[in-house]
Write a new protein. Structure first.
Length: 213
């Protein structure tokens, strides 16, 4: 074998070794990059969901009621805007949220983590007579709690992602995006606003504070 052939063989081996090293590095870095991208999207999901929760609270404080459609939060009359823009769900291709509505007895329509809220104390649902409440309770028990049931005539109390994918983070003790629900709690909001200045309100069980942005 000539000197030139030996040098060509060494050069080829060097290229193969370099290619192998590149493949190894890509195998190590690619999962990390993908994981970081997913974490960034999860942070964005939490931020946007909390923005809707906050907008629902502001709308309720202003009008004493919850909106029937999300457009009321960012395209209301009198140029009053509770949401800077219509944030999209970052976990789905169409960006559409799953709406969580509330019935007259505080039953949550569209939620997969909670069945009911204390709406009577917040003055959202009319109490009615004992017979009326009992009749409504029985009707509510018989109706299925479908994700999109309840129609559009019920007020919106929260939003959630439609994605069933598992998350890396754990949010409100839940590990899948569809169970990360951003629900406005009017009772907790009323108690919090009625507390004396400087009073620290405990975080409700299972609820994480809003992440820094």
């Amino acid at each position: 074998m000539s000197k030139r052939e030996r040098e060509s063989g060494y050069a080829l081996m060097s290229l193969l070794l370099m290619a192998a090293l590149v493949l190894i590095l890509l195998g190590i870095e690619a999962p990390r990059i993908l994981t970081q991208g997913q974490r960034d999207k999860e942070d964005e999901l939490i931020f946007r969901g909390e923005q809707y929760r906050r907008a629902l609270a502001l709308h309720f404080r202003k009008y004493g009621r919850l909106p029937l459609k999300l457009e009321e939060l960012y395209e209301p009359s009198n140029s009053l805007r509770f949401l800077r823009k219509p944030w999209r769900d970052p976990m789905t291709t169409d960006g559409q949220w799953r709406l969580i509505r509330v019935g007259p007895l505080g039953e949550l329509i569209g939620s997969v983590t909670r069945e009911r809220m204390q709406m009577q104390a917040a003055g959202i649902a009319g109490a009615g007579t004992a017979a009326e409440r009992e009749k409504k309770e029985e009707k509510t028990k018989q109706e299925p709690r479908g994700l999109e049931s309840g129609g559009t005539n019920l007020p919106i109390i929260g939003v959630a992602s439609r994605s069933p994918r598992p998350g890396i983070k754990v949010y409100q003790n839940e590990t899948t995006y569809a169970r990360w629900e951003f629900i406005f709690d009017p009772v907790a909001d009323t108690v919090s606003r009625a507390a004396p200045p400087g009073t620290t309100q405990p975080t409700p069980p299972g609820r994480s504070p809003t992440p820094p942005r």
